[in-house]
Design a binder for this molecule. Sequence first.
Ligand SMILES: [Ca+2]
Ligand SMILES: [Ca+2]
Length: 84
Amino acid sequence: MPSTGRIFGRGGVWVGATDLVFEGEWVWSESQGKLPEQHYTNWYPGEPNNLGSNENCLTIINSGYWNDIACSTLLHYLCEMPSG
Ligand SMILES: [Ca+2]
Ligand SMILES: [Ca+2]
């Protein structure tokens, strides 16, 4: 079984949540479900920190925790598939 570092790479992977519309209000792009009211969260301690007032997109980092980083960062991504 590969380590999460091998799966996610050094910078992590994109998943579809953002607080771009309202700072600090995280929303899944597909379902529009808000975090954490409607969904599990796993932020790294101290995150989301909106570093430089420019971190508005959610990534899963090597440890499996979540981090917010600038949406313009080039990373791999995870896709959501319909169930069934
Ligand atoms: Ca932000
Ligand atoms: Ca961050």
